[in-house]
Design a protein around this ligand. Structure first.
Ligand code: UDP
Length: 197
């Protein structure tokens, strides 16, 4: 009821709390599936107009959240009742708090070498008990994507934050969905740099 399309892309105009409760339900389900959460901004939405693959992936995402004032404005115009801006980094932050209290391991993939580890340490300081099952930089040879995704899965991660830039991270996650079964995957753009900085 609260999803509307902008330029042919479904955007889920929901509250942060509802997004989190949906995410937690997926994580705690008896048989978790590959799930993908996109936080969409105006640049990304513009990209979907010329990039059919990204448009398909955004529409197929389990959640496509409005991360941008322009998108929120447009959804309000469409009379979506409860819509708030959900920035990727805010969703990541709240999800890490949940992950810590629910003992759900997270994996950080992306950024220049060392950045994911530093971001993870910051998060663990903020959320004691947060289990980080692994970190890896985002400049690996894409010929080894299957191995990288396999390492994520073998680490026991329940949540994967991918910071490879948009839409590269969404495309990469989609391409690896078979290797990331049971994991909630979130594209978070430059968020690791913010945590590490
Ligand atoms: N990044 C990466 N691998 C790449 C390209 C980018 O890990 O091949 C990382 C980069 O280090 C940065 C993040 O992706 O931390 C976001 O990059 P960018 O600012 O270009 O994307 P946006 O925030 O606009 O999605």
């Amino acid at each position: 009821a609260d999803d509307h399309s902008l330029w042919g892309v479904r955007i889920d105009g929901i509250s942060m709390n509802y997004a989190l409760s949906k995410s937690l339900a997926w994580l705690k389900s008896v048989e978790p599936r590959f799930r993908m959460v996109v936080t969409m901004n105006a640049l990304g939405l513009n990209e979907t107009r010329s990039d059919a693959e990204f448009r398909r992936i955004a529409n197929a995402a389990d959640l496509n959240l409005p991360d941008g004032a322009g998108l929120v404005w447009a959804l309000r115009k469409l009379k979506v009742p409860v819509v708030e801006r959900i920035a990727g980094i805010d969703y990541m932050d709240r999800l890490c708090r949940l992950a810590a209290s629910e003992s759900l391991p997270v994996y950080l993939l992306g950024g220049r070498p060392g950045i994911a580890r530093r971001a993870a340490e910051r998060l663990q300081k903020e959320y004691p008990g947060l289990v980080v099952s692994g970190c890896y930089d985002g400049y690996f040879d894409r010929a080894f994507s299957g191995e990288v995704a396999g390492n994520v899965r073998n680490s026991g991660a329940k949540i994967l934050f991918a910071a490879l830039g948009m839409p590269a991270q969404e495309k990469w996650l989609d391409s690896q969905r078979a290797n990331l079964d049971g994991i909630l995957c979130v594209g978070v753009g430059g968020s690791f740099d913010v945590y590490a900085g």
